[in-house]
Design a binder for this molecule. Sequence first.
Ligand SMILES: [Zn+2]
Length: 268
Amino acid sequence: MTLTGITVAVLGCVDSGYVVRTPCGNTATVSTGSPIHGARVVIDPGHGGPIYTGAVGPNGLVERDLNFTLGQAVIDELNRRGIPTISTRTGNYPTLISVRTLFADAINPEALVSIHHNAPTPAGSNTPGTEVYVQSTASGGVSADSARLGGLLYEAVTTALAKFDGITWGRASTAGVLRVLSSEGRDAYGMVRRPAIPAVLVEYGYLSNPAEAALFTTDAYISATALATADAIDAYLNTERSGTGFVEQPRFFNPQPSRIECAEPTLE
Ligand SMILES: [Zn+2]
């Protein structure tokens, strides 16, 4: 971690300090920093910076900030339980998917959880529309570790959300724990495809849905979902349980290559 609190992967050492991979994917030399050792979990709050805001709710709530708030609450809860946890993004700055996953693999934790909130809203439902995207193996099957982590997260998060009364949730008919594949048959999302470690991406709910967007502004939502997420990760690390919500049929999606406009945060 650099002097300004940015978590970076160290590529090498030179006389003047450490060569690191910057959030925008460049190399830079920093004079000093604090090493990150022994993290068992990496949390990835999706999006960041002025351009990559993610979804924006009808109430103005920005996904970038919501993911960060929830991510910090999860990190605090896991650290409190003695499960060392670190973030791919420690402030409001952009950082590339390839940089996030390089950092996560360098830490080599037991689990990587990417936090997102979904849009646009599908049909209304009286059950939450949480989705968890899990990893494929090299041979094209489902990664057992990623699926178990995903099932535990899905079970805990949907159980926690269902306790909020009177909300009409957005929910796709195929919601659950599933793989999302490109037409080439690979995992569509880089946060799932790139890491060598077990990884999942969680879409907690629909920020585009006014009823959910209102809920997401509350401390009750953050604390309930942070606790559920920490419980699921704790169960993944410390039990053999496998969770629920598996959807056999993969979904197909081809992400558009996005133009990259990335302003580096100050490293020191
Ligand atoms: Zn997102």
